[in-house]
Design a protein around this ligand. Sequence first.
Ligand code: CCH
Length: 302
Amino acid sequence: VIHPSKLKSPYTQEQVAAVKKDVEAILKNKDYDDGSIGPVLVRLAWHSSGTYCAETKTGGSNGAGMRYEKEGGDPANAGLQHARVFLEPIKEKHSWITYADLWTLAGVVAIKAMGGPEIEWYPGRTDFVDDARVPPRGRLPDAAQAQDHLRAIFYRMGFNDQEIVALSGAHNLGRCHADRSGFEGPWVNNPTRFSNQYYKMLIKLKWEKKHLGREAQGAHWQWIARLPHMDEEDEPLMMLPTDMSLTLDDKFKPWVEKYAEDQDLFFKDFAAVFGKLIELGVTRDESGLAQHDGKAGEYKSA
Ligand code: CCH
């Protein structure tokens, strides 16, 4: 396999730079959540990639299957339609870029713009996908579960324990929305700034189990805590059952501690693992275009 940096790019550097600039320009949005659409763009990049199965070599960002109901309508993807709608004017303006490339590139641009590390991104994903190859539902993690489930899901993609903990640090960004997932609130108190706060909060705060919404309306129990300066009326910070499971596991916990202490190490490891995530299942031929099931370079824009 030739490294993607050595392959022909379907776009010029100027074209990619123009898209990056346009993504940067839409990140700040005072009417949305905590003032930035960055976090939901990061989640779009992750969910488009996280369906990958290393054994069957199916799923992943190539093909942009979330455009179709089968994948886009997966309850795990609730809310990501907002991210796709935010990106639509950029796709219209730069119609040469594929959705699959745009969604992954936007995530990388958002992380950097929110103060995170530079992540390597390579073009060449195509939007060609037929219904049979849209990944089945149920491949993304279920936040109500624990470490065994995390291992089953992320080992399937080809990640190890350290990589699972590093990827989880993306929960420094954004928030849970009751109407999307049944969970509610942000993980850290500055959720539009990329940092290692998530790990610090996991270790330092006293977390208590709570149902914020009504169970009958789909609310799950979650962990909540407040920082010393926060009042009872302030929105508490939160952790998902899966987040907390990282501190309850002998193999995961040392990595939580390392990343809480060493932000540079976290940034370096996160950049590597996020770069790996968005490459899952993207196998390019010499033209630089991703193949689909042996059909090297077959390219059909939607
Ligand atoms: Fe996540 N995530 N995520 N997550 N996630 C949610 C939100 C974000 C899980 C569950 C949830 C990763 C891993 C996991 C982001 C990035 C990543 C929500 C709230 C749930 C639930 C959704 C809502 O209500 O809007 C679980 C389980 C796992 C298992 O490991 C990984 C990996 C990444 C990226 C590398 C980001 C960013 C958000 C915030 C989205 C927003 O809209 O603010």
